[in-house]
Every structure is written in C-alpha cells, then in structure tokens.
Design a protein around this ligand. Structure first.
Ligand code: BGC
Length: 404
C-alpha cells in the first residue's frame, strides 16, 4: 500500500485525475459535474472515463481490464464488497494522511467505514449514502387512484390495480438483473428485518429456501404482472421517465431516481411522491458510492485533492441535493435538502440507532460479488417466468451454496 504524502502541492497544470464512473444519466451527470468543476477550480485536470450501465456492472468489468493491462484509472467510483475485493489486492492508494488531517473518523458513520477502510487504513472517500427501499409515485397517478400512498403490501396491490384500471402502466421497470435485484431488496425486507438479515446477509439455507422466501418470490411475480411488455433491457432512467411523463404510475428504485425527477424540474410533493416500500418503514437498505484511488504514478497530489474535495461538507450538500442521495458525513445540515432528502437523512440516522440499517444486497453491500450475481441469476430467471416460486427458493439455496 502506498502512503499519499501530506505535503500540500501547489496547483499545477499537470495535475490530472482520470475518473472512472457510471454516472451517465441526466441527474447523475449533473451531480458529478459539481465535483469536476470544483477540482478544475483547484487546477486539477479532469479526464472523464464514463462506463454506462446501471449499478456499475459494466464499469467494474472495464476496470478489471484496465488494471490487468497495468493501466488503472486514477480514481474509480466503487461500492461495498467491490472495494473490499480491490483493497485485498494491494493496488490501492492510502488516504490516511488526508483522513487524519480532516478528521474523517469522527464524521463518517461506522456502516460506511466498514467499506472505506481496509486493515484500519482509509482507502476510499465516501460521496454519499443511497438507499434502495423507496417507491417513486407520480402525484397525478396517485391522486387519480385515491390519493393515499400505500403503507402495506395489500394497499400497494390495491393501488397498482387501480392504476391499471385507470389505463396506465402501473409499475415502470427495466428488465436488467440489478433492477430486478433492487426490487428484491425491498420485497425481502418487507417480510421482516430478521428475514432480510437471515437471507441477504447471513445466507442461512433454511431461510433462503423456506416458506417466507416462496412468499417473497410470489410477491415478485405479482409485481411482474404490473410491468409493461417492453420492459426487457430497459435502462432504469427510462423507467423513471415513464413515471415523469405520466405513462406509468410508480417505480420501485433507489433514490438516484430522484435525480431524474429533479433534472426534469419536478418537485417532490407536487409532481411526485417518495415513500418507503410498504412494510419497510423505519428500516433502510443502504449503499454508498465511494471514490477509490489507485496507486498510480504521478497521481498523488491530485488524488489527495480529489479525496479532500469529496469529503468537503459543502460539496456533500451540493452533490447530494442533485444526486438524490444523502451525505456520507453525519455533521451536515439537512437545510438545503428537499422533503425526500430530509426524510432520507432522518431515516438513515434513525435506522442506524435502532439497528434497522442493512447493506443493500442488490448494490453490493450485503454479500460479495459472486454471491450477489448468483442471487441475481435466480431472481431474474424467476421474474422472467423460468421458475415458479417454490423452485426459485430451492434454486436460491443451491446457487448461494455454490457461490460461497
Ligand atoms: C449507485 C448510484 C447510481 C445507480 C444507477 C447505484 O448502484 O449507487 O450512484 O446512480 O446505481 O446507476
């Protein structure tokens, strides 16, 4: 591991960062621009290396190719267990100097430090906290369906039925494994915190293959029945656009969806409504985007500036109010955040206190990548009708066992 020196180098034109990321949707790009402009003001040249593909699936493949070729990018957007995997390979820079000078230990919550540190050393700068157990509802579609947001599974189904009768696509969804997995996070959590923990974190075979899991798959199949026929392969932001333009009633998606509403100048409470997935209120399945610095030649001063810029409280506000996420720091005021952002911050703090904060399986914060992929395979096969719910639960046990 390479120690990044604390000497603050003056801004020089040859300070470069090549930043690999998957923030290519409108709201995402707008948020990233805040960081780019911030660094450019400090004399750091930004070389953009976008790899499109929700949840970073394609970016992580591209990264592997770059590292294998001996040419890693300077900084890479990364999440959860992927960070752990790369830190174990001794190819990352060490951010301890910046972290100590700026007191990161005191302001980054332990649930994030779990991924930002390796062997007690800071190896990543967390940008945000997202969470996956949200539903984004068109205000008009909600009003047309009676106006009361659903709080239980039965109310959710009743609302989806009414939206169908009202002639819109009730549920906007894109058929990609990670999007199916994102819904699965919420559905599993809606059957109880212990059930989420036993299955998605502790991987207990009896819970993975039990009756409750059959019920979870039944719920997935029910939700599938409210999705339009063209869902296969659709990008998540195009599904969000269906809610924005009134074609669909709601989307079950992480709070990056809010970034798309905001980019379209939509206002929470007026044009759209954010609720926690029914029966998951008070619990949060989180993921955090972090920037990992690779140990690259000539990168140190620029990397240090980037890490520091990411952790700047004002940046955390400017970025996260646009992105839909909430700050990775606990000492940032919610004043500048809209109602959904305020709720996101309050929910996160409460869930942390009550022990109801869980890593998102779908976004790499519950189990290592190989196990996540094994779960995705079963969830998607079932969503596409290849397995009935009982078979899916049995397949899940086997898939997880062989991926361990
Ligand atoms: C990331 C978000 C991103 C979303 C869609 C999630 O895994 O945390 O930052 O907007 O994927 O690509």
């Amino acid at each position: 591991m390479v120690v990044i020196p604390l000497i603050s180098a003056p801004a020089m034109a040859d300070e470069n960062v090549e930043v690999m990321h998957w923030w290519t949707a409108g709201g995402e790009a707008a948020a990233l621009n805040v960081l780019k402009e911030n660094l450019e003001k400090q004399g750091v040249n930004w070389k953009d290396m976008p790899v499109a593909g929700g949840s970073g699936v394609s970016a992580m493949t591209a990264l592997r190719a770059r590292v294998t070729a001996g040419n890693p990018p300077t900084a890479v957007q990364m999440m959860g267990f992927n960070i752990k995997d790369w830190s174990a390979q001794d190819v990352l820079g060490n951010l301890n100097d910046v972290a100590e000078a700026e007191g990161w230990d005191n302001v980054v919550p332990p649930a994030l430090q779990e991924f930002s540190k390796h062997d007690g050393n800071w190896i990543a700068a967390p940008v945000n906290v997202h969470s996956t157990n949200w539903v984004w509802i068109s205000k008009k579609a909600l009003d047309d369906a009676g106006g009361k947001a659903p709080t239980t599974w039965d109310e959710l189904i009743a609302m989806l039925d009414t939206m169908k009768a009202n002639g819109i696509t009730p549920l906007a969804h894109g058929g990609q494994a990670w999007q199916d997995g994102t819904i699965f996070d919420s559905v599993v959590l809606s059957l109880g915190d212990d059930f989420y923990k036993d299955t998605m974190i502790d991987l207990k075979p009896e819970a993975l293959g039990g009756d409750k899991m059959v019920e979870a798959f039944d719920r997935m199949a029910k939700l599938r029945s409210y999705v339009d026929d063209n869902f296969s392969g659709r990008d998540w932001n195009l599904a969000t656009a269906m809610v924005i333009n009134g074609e669909a009633g709601m989307q079950i998606m992480g709070d990056w969806a809010k970034g798309e509403f905001l980019q379209s100048k939509k206002v929470p409470g007026e044009d759209f409504v954010c609720i926690r997935f029914p029966s998951t209120q008070g619990a949060v399945t989180f993921n955090s985007d972090q920037f990992v610095m690779f140990d690259v030649k000539d990168g140190l001063a620029a990397q240090k500036k980037m890490a520091s810029a990411v952790m700047d409280p004002n940046f955390q506000i400017a970025f996260n109010t646009v992105k839909g996420s909430v700050p990775a720091r606990t000492d940032v005021s919610d004043e500048k955040f809209d109602d959904c952002g305020k709720k996101g911050m309050a929910d996160l703090a409460d869930a942390g206190k009550t022990g109801r904060l869980f890593g998102s399986m779908a976004h790499g914060h519950a189990v290592p990548d190989g196990i996540k992929s094994a779960i995705f395979d079963v969830v998607t096969a079932h969503f596409n009708g290849e397995f009935d719910s009982k078979t899916a639960a049995a397949e899940l046990v086997d898939a997880v066992e062989s991926a361990k």
